[in-house]
Design a protein around this ligand. Structure first.
Ligand SMILES: NC(=O)c1ccc[n+]([C@@H]2O[C@H](COP(=O)([O-])OP(=O)(O)OC[C@H]3O[C@@H](n4cnc5c(N)ncnc54)[C@H](O)[C@@H]3O)[C@@H](O)[C@H]2O)c1
Length: 253
């Protein structure tokens, strides 16, 4: 049976924002594949969804070129096409300690996953995306523009990802559009041993000009818009989805 629905690939779809993006796109009638390294969480998601025609999990380390090539082949043999690549997988904890103590190995590990990963994924997806006039979304961070102390490696990877986005957009247009989303604080805490995480405080929410901390669906809705035909005049951009925090002056009284 032929299926002409669009296929999206989300990296890092077993948890957090990536899981939210995958679930959102499924609800919008996309077929979705996700790459991750957490087999247990990924297989639980697939089992709960229960429809292998619409949701595929492939184990893939996005920082390993051999893995990326093999996983994409698996994706194409399942889905026959690729319309959107969402580079979301990342080492998401920004704090790596004092720069004097940051080892080259730790710095390199973050670059490998957060920046080389999206490059490898884009490189090997582009032949398929050209065929569908598809789109790439890179998930960066507001930390590409502003910083807390001791976050050098993470900030550098996200700044690099914003730049990789506009470089790809210029190289790949008009066939493939490439945009970046920079989330602010998105609450991705998961229940532990059946226990819901404690609610965030009123202060956590109130400090945001939009009045609340973000949710994965805030990012997923922007992904869905940017990969849609309605966004066909938008490429090379970094869209900040942060409840207004990067626009807020924070000098203390
Ligand atoms: N949560 C936030 O507040 C926030 C804010 C700004 C940006 N981001 C970015 O959004 C993305 C998702 O963040 P999150 O908070 O959902 O993180 P998370 O840790 O909850 O999820 C990350 C996912 O990526 C997977 N992953 C990690 N390394 C991988 C690799 N080498 N290959 C394949 N999969 C791998 C993990 O297994 C996990 O499923 C990250 O790129 C992060 O930097 C998050």
């Amino acid at each position: 049976m032929s299926d002409d629905r669009k296929v999206a690939l989300v990296t890092g779809g077993a948890h957090g924002i990536g899981r939210g993006i995958a679930a959102y796109l499924l609800k919008q009638n996309w077929r979705v594949a996700f790459f991750d390294l957490d087999d247990i969480a990924a297989n639980e998601i697939v089992a709960a969804f229960g429809d292998p025609a619409n949701l595929l999990y492939v184990r893939c380390n996005v920082a390993d070129e051999g893995d990326v090539k093999l996983a994409l082949r698996q994706l194409i043999s399942w889905g026959s096409r690729l319309d959107a690549l969402v580079n979301n997988a990342g080492l998401a904890d920004p704090v790596t300690g004092a720069v004097e103590d940051l080892s080259l190995a730790d710095w390199q590990k973050r670059l490998d996953v957060n920046l080389t990963g999206p490059f490898l994924m884009a490189k090997h997806s582009v032949p398929y995306l050209r065929l569908t006039r598809g789109a790439i979304i890179n998930i960066a961070s507001t930390r590409a523009m502003q910083s807390e102390a001791n976050t050098e490696a993470y900030a550098a990877t996200k700044g690099g990802l914003v730049a990789l986005t506009h470089a790809l957009a210029i190289s790949l247009g008009p066939e493939v559009r490439v945009n970046c989303i920079s989330p602010g604080w998105i609450d991705t805490r998961e229940p532990e041993a059946g226990q819901e995480p404690a609610p965030l405080s009123a202060r956590d929410h109130a400090q945001h000009p939009a009045g609340r901390v973000g949710k994965p669906d805030d990012i997923a809705a922007m992904v869905h818009y940017l990969i849609s035909p309605q966004a066909s005049f938008i490429t090379g951009q970094n869209i900040v989805v942060d409840g207004g925090m990067v626009r807020k002056m924070i000098y203390q009284e």
